[in-house]
Design a protein around this ligand. Sequence first.
Ligand SMILES: Nc1nc2c(ncn2[C@@H]2O[C@H](COP(=O)(O)OP(=O)(O)OP(=O)(O)O)[C@@H](O)[C@H]2O)c(=O)[nH]1
Ligand SMILES: [Mg+2]
Length: 297
Amino acid sequence: MAGEDRAYRAGFACFVGRPNAGKSTLTNAIIGQKIAITSSKPQTTRHVIRGVLHRPDGQLVLVDTPGLHRPRTLLGQRLNDLVRATWSEVDVVGLCLPADQPVGPGDRFISGEIARLRATVIAVVTKTDLVDRGRLVAQLAAVGELGEFAAVVPVSAVTGDQLDTLVDVVTAYLPVSPQLYPDELLTEEPEQVLVAELVREAALSGVRDELPHSIAVVVEEMDRQGDLTRIYADLYVERPSQKAIVIGHRGTRLRDVGIRARAQIEQLLGTRVFLDLHVRVAKDWQRDPRQLRKLGF
Ligand SMILES: Nc1nc2c(ncn2[C@@H]2O[C@H](COP(=O)(O)OP(=O)(O)OP(=O)(O)O)[C@@H](O)[C@H]2O)c(=O)[nH]1
Ligand SMILES: [Mg+2]
């Protein structure tokens, strides 16, 4: 059915869902580059990040957002506000439901909220590589019960299974429109923001409990000369005890974070990287409007 009637489509879509549902991993897999950091800790994403997928028949702009959750801090409230603002601006919303977890009250809440939007709503069953066929079929049935969806697509961002189908489905619901972004642009995010996020991702791995939520990263200075980029970044925590954990015995943990972050940043920038990390305490920043502003929220 290829032919003249396939008009060029362009528009915005975002994946929504509980923290840890796989939204950022899916966004990266579709864009084909790491624009959003991911981790096994809930509430990893804190910024709205746009990535652009270019196809001959259209342009899909994916907006990665934080997971919607019950807020316990001012930061939590701000993140939820960001999510809701994004929902009202996109053409397609993909509700992400992990295949390996029962559909729960959190999913029902989000599903009810998005049903009121002007966007086309589809359901995406994520992480299908983690379950067998029987369990997947049962999950698809449970998702069918959850609400009215224009489509239900099972997908694995890790194996790539069904990714193309998902993109086809989402693109089909975009409006007929001229191109929105120039060719080849993958993301508009400033490099400093992407770099700060990569440092935060490295700092998240291996820390537990409340600590992941307490970490924020700001790039203070970034200076490229030839094939070397010098980066000075501050890693903020909320209490002195957390500072000790992040730095580790004789600085070993922090050194490790620096090594892992540097490898990722070198990939992003395509230059060698000198990375200078400082750990600072910003007391209870998640609840403090002034600190939040300083940290970019
Ligand atoms: N096996 C498997 N794991 C996945 C898949 N997609 C995501 N994950 C894992 O699930 C965890 C959460 O993924 P994220 O993409 O950070 O989840 P998120 O929905 O963006 O989470 P928040 O930003 O916290 O709301 C990570 O450990 C991922 O590696 C998948 O398709 N298969
Ligand atoms: Mg995320």
